[in-house]
Design a binder for this molecule. Structure first.
Ligand code: NAP
Length: 249
C-alpha cells in the first residue's frame, strides 16, 4: 500500500455494507486514505475504487486474518470498530449457542483482536482515534435479545476500559451507540428473511447509515484535545431498544 507522507490513514472494519461503508465514504471525503476491511472483498474493491482507498480482506473472528491485515498498514490514525451484528431473537431458555458464539466472536473478540493489533500504530501516530460502534443494546437489556445485548455490553466495556488505560497516551476514544438504522443488520439477524427484516422498520423513519457516518465524521474532525466519549443516536420514533412510535396504515 502506498501512502504519501502527509496522508492520514483511517481503518474501517465491516465496510462492505451499512454504517461501515457510509463511514468510509465520509472519512474519505474529509481527506483520509481509508482502508476498508470485511470478508466480502468484491464489495470492498468497488468501494475502494470509488473513494480512492484500499480494500483488504478481513475476518475479525480469525487471528491470522487480523494479523495479516495489520501487517500491511504503514500507519493508522483512526480506527472505526464497526464490524458486528446480531443473529436471531430468542429467550435465554431457547438460546442458540452457535448464535451467541457468532455474536461474541464478531462484536466482542473481533473488536479486541483488531484494537490490540492496531493500537501500537494508533499510539505512534501521535493523534490516534478509536471509534467503536456499540448500540443502544449496550445500555439496556431487552427480551429475546440477550445474545446481542450481552455482546454489545461486553464490547462497550472493553472500549470504555481503554479510555482509562490509555489516559496520557495520544489516543482518543469515542463510543457511538445507534438505535435502529436501516442497513443489512436485520437481514443478517434473520438469516436473509427479507419480510421479517422489513418489519423492524415498518411504520417508523429509521436512521440511515449516512446519519451515523456524519456523526463519526464530526468526531474525527474535532481538535486533538477534544474527546467525545459517548454518543447515543436514535431515530425520533424510538425511545429505547424496544419502544417505537409506529404509524398504522
Ligand atoms: P450491516 O449492514 O449488516 O454491516 C455489517 C458489516 O460487518 C458488514 O460489512 C460485514 O461485512 C461486517 N462483518 C460481519 N462479520 C464480520 C467479520 N467476521 N469480519 C469482518 N467484517 C464482518 O450492519 P450495520 O447496521 O451497518 O452494522 C454495523 C455495526 O453497527 C455493527 O457493529 C452493529 O452491531 C452496529 N449497530 C447497528 C444497528 C442497526 O440498527 N443497524 C444499531 C446499533 C448498532 P462482511 O459480511 O462482508 O464480512
Amino acid at each position: 500500500m502506498t501512502i504519501s507522507p502527509d496522508e492520514h490513514v483511517a481503518v474501517v472494519t465491516g465496510a462492505s455494507s451499512g454504517i461501515g461503508e457510509a463511514t468510509a465514504r465520509t472519512l474519505a471525503a474529509q481527506g483520509f486514505h481509508v482502508v476498508v476491511g470485511a470478508r466480502r472483498l468484491d464489495r470492498l474493491e468497488h468501494l475502494a475504487r470509488d473513494i480512492g482507498g484500499t480494500a483488504l480482506e478481513l475476518d475479525v473472528t480469525d487471528e491470522d486474518s487480523v494479523d495479516a491485515f495489520a501487517a500491511v498498514l504503514p500507519r493508522v490514525d483512526v480506527l472505526v470498530n464497526n464490524a458486528g451484528g446480531a443473529k436471531g431473537l430468542a429467550t435465554v431458555m431457547e438460546a442458540d449457542l452457535d448464535d451467541w458464539r457468532w455474536m461474541w466472536e464478531t462484536n466482542v473478540l473481533g473488536t479486541l483482536r483488531v484494537t490490540k493489533a492496531l493500537l501500537p500504530k494508533l499510539i505512534d501516530s501521535g493523534n490516534g482515534l478509536i471509534v467503536t460502534i456499540t448500540s443502544v443494546a449496550a445500555f439496556e437489556a431487552y427480551d429475546n435479545g440477550s445474545g446481542y445485548t450481552s455482546a454489545k455490553h461486553a464490547q462497550a466495556v472493553l472500549h470504555r476500559t481503554l479510555r482509562g488505560e490509555l489516559l496520557g497516551q495520544p489516543v482518543r476514544l469515542t463510543e457511538i451507540a445507534p438505535g435502529a438504522v436501516e442497513t443489512e443488520f436485520s437481514l443478517v439477524r434473520f438469516d436473509g428473511d427479507e419480510e421479517r427484516a422489513a418489519k423492524v422498520y415498518e411504520g417508523i423513519s429509521p436512521l440511515v447509515a449516512a446519519d451515523v457516518a456524519e456523526v463519526i465524521g464530526f468526531v474525527a474532525s474535532r481538535p486533538s484535545h477534544v474527546n467525545l466519549d459517548q454518543i447515543i443516536i436514535k431515530p425520533r420514533d424510538q425511545a429505547s431498544p424496544g419502544r417505537f412510535a409506529r404509524k398504522q396504515d
